[in-house]
Design a protein around this ligand. Structure first.
Ligand SMILES: *Cc1c(COP(=O)(O)O)cnc(C)c1O
Length: 415
């Protein structure tokens, strides 16, 4: 039955009560039951983000330049701080957007228009060469812009295989892609090697650091090995990094950066041929929440480098325990050697999807990989509290599946 707009409004208390009741149907994400979509470092950080968001609840970042200079200033400061973290040169530029998909789409559009200008061909239909582990946002953007995406197999270590990327590259290739890290395996691609290929062939390299851009720099600072993935690599033209993932900022908030003002020049939309005069935006969205800008600014200032390092230390310590816990269960093995807190595990002896089904019956929403078959989790402090529960449920699930190996898993891998 189709929902109907109520004839008369209902009371605030009834509505809020109903929201609470509706939520009961959801997975218990606050206790780590959801392996994707949600992020947290601490109550204090969530609280400052929430307070700043609501302080700017009604303002519109579309009007930042004219009506809300405070929003413009905060956006510029967030971008400036992030450029420092990503070791960008002085001429680098950046913009806030509403998500990783938007950041990637805008980087591709800038790259396409830059490439068209260089070729002197307005109609050039280029291709993008990416490792198969790259995010679907590249294909989504390519569909919008009628570009082709070529996906190259990854190497045995599940990182991008530079020779395989090179083999798919031709005169029409406008962009090479590397991830830092990729979502499926959590490994950082060999960006320095992809950068060398990009420089040699004169191709734009986009680094998708949506999930790692605000975590990897701090993991490096606390002394863990993180391969170069940022503007320190000369061949990197643009980077996407999501504030609303491991920046621990409220959704929707992401950033996209360009090595130079010359590359960034193609980013903005500027149009005057309509009755209302000049319309300029730096996002695909028009109206967008100023709350997300204020919240990112607040979280950056609240945590500072020391706070993010501490968050990275706590998170990676928990991940070490998690990995050890998985490896201690006979039959399970970690997929690849993940750099951050995305960790997938599979099995050579058990149907891991059946283990996922058994975990799902205990309230753990399964995250799955189809190639290879594995259980996948993108973890933040939300998952640390439930570590012991998770491992004991997992041990039991593995036993159940081992004892009854006849049945087929019905579950399917979905993001
Ligand atoms: C999350 C993610 C994206 C897309 O970000 P959205 O904010 O969901 O649009 C892109 N790339 C990677 C590697 C991601 O993890």
């Amino acid at each position: 039955m189709r929902a109907q707009l109520p004839e008369c409004g209902r009371s605030r208390d009834v509505i809020l009560g109903e929201l609470t009741a509706l939520k009961a149907a959801d997975y218990d994400w606050q206790r780590g039951r959801v392996p994707v979509y949600v992020f947290k470092t601490s109550d204090e950080v969530s609280e400052i983000g929430r307070a700043a968001f609501f302080e700017y609840f009604s303002e519109n970042a579309l009007g930042a330049r004219r009506a809300f200079p405070s929003v413009k200033k905060m956006e510029e400061e967030v971008v400036g701080m992030a450029l420092g973290l990503l070791r960008a040169p002085d001429q680098a530029r950046g913009f806030m957007t509403s998500g990783g998909t938007e950041s990637i789409t805008q980087a591709i559009q800038s790259c396409r228009d830059w490439s068209r200008k260089r070729r002197g061909r307005r109609d050039h239909r280029g291709n993008i060469v990416a490792p198969e582990s790259a995010h679907p946002a590249f294909d989504k953007a390519a569909r919008l812009m009628d570009l082709e995406v070529r996906r190259a197999p990854v190497g045995p270590d599940l990182r991008a295989d530079v020779a395989a990327l090179a083999a798919l590259t031709d005169d029409d290739t406008i962009m090479l892609v590397g991830s830092a890290p990729c979502f499926p395996y959590g490994v950082i691609d060999p960006i320095a090697d992809i950068g060398a290929l990009a420089e040699k062939r004169g191709i734009w390299l986009h680094v998708d650091a949506c999930v790692g851009g605000y975590l990897a720099p701090f993991v490096r600072m606390i002394g863990r090995p993180i391969p170069d993935f940022d503007f320190h690599v000369a061949g990197v033209s643009s980077i996407s990094a999501d504030l609303h993932k491991f920046g621990f900022c409220p959704k929707p908030a992401s950033t996209v950066f360009y090595r130079s003002a010359e590359l960034a020049e193609f980013h903005a939309f500027d149009f005057a041929d309509w009755p209302s005069g000049r319309f300029t935006t730096t996002t695909i969205s028009g109206t967008r929440p100023a709350g997300a800008v204020a919240a990112a600014w607040a979280v950056f200032n609240f945590l500072g480098i020391a706070g993010y390092k501490q968050a990275a230390r706590e998170l990676m310590g928990f991940v070490d325990g998690y990995r050890a816990g998985i490896e201690a269960i006979p039959g399970l093995k970690i997929i690849g050697d993940p750099h951050l807190s995305i960790v997938a595990y599979g099995s050579d002896t058990l149907d891991i999807f059946r283990v996922a089904e058994a975990m799902s019956r205990k309230g753990w929403l399964p995250g799955l990989l189809q190639k290879p078959k594995a259980i996948h989790r993108m973890m933040s402090q939300l998952h640390a509290l439930g570590l012991e529960d998770y491992l004991s449920d997992l041990r039991a699930a593995v036993e159940t599946v081992r004892a009854d190996s006849g049945r087929q898993a019905r579950i399917e891998a979905i993001y």
